[in-house]
Write a protein that binds this ligand. Structure first.
Ligand SMILES: [Zn+2]
Length: 89
């Protein structure tokens, strides 16, 4: 199957403190359980919560338009045109 390029939308997922709404922070620590657990704290009110398997913030993404494919040959053509435009100044 030929290689295809699919544009994506990316997101940052944060966790809001259930007490005050500030974003929880991960201090970098980890409990080596299975699955691992990550202790977080609220920088505003001090609320603490530990999450299994994930720490915040984290990045997520999805296909922008699932059926849109840019074939590499089309992408190369586009790059060539853009480079020609930049070079022609
Ligand atoms: Zn809080």
């Amino acid at each position: 199957m030929p290689e295809v390029v699919i544009p994506i939308k990316s997101y940052v997922v944060k966790y809001a403190c259930p007490k005050c709404g500030e974003y929880m922070e991960w201090g970098g620590g980890e409990f080596s359980t299975i699955p691992p657990q990550y202790p977080h704290f609220c920088p505003k009110c001090g609320y603490k919560e530990t999450f299994r398997n994930r720490h915040y913030p984290f990045f997520a993404y999805e296909a922008e338009r699932p059926n849109k494919r840019l074939h590499l040959t089309a992408l190369r053509g586009l790059l060539r045109r853009l480079l020609a435009k930049v070079g022609g100044r």
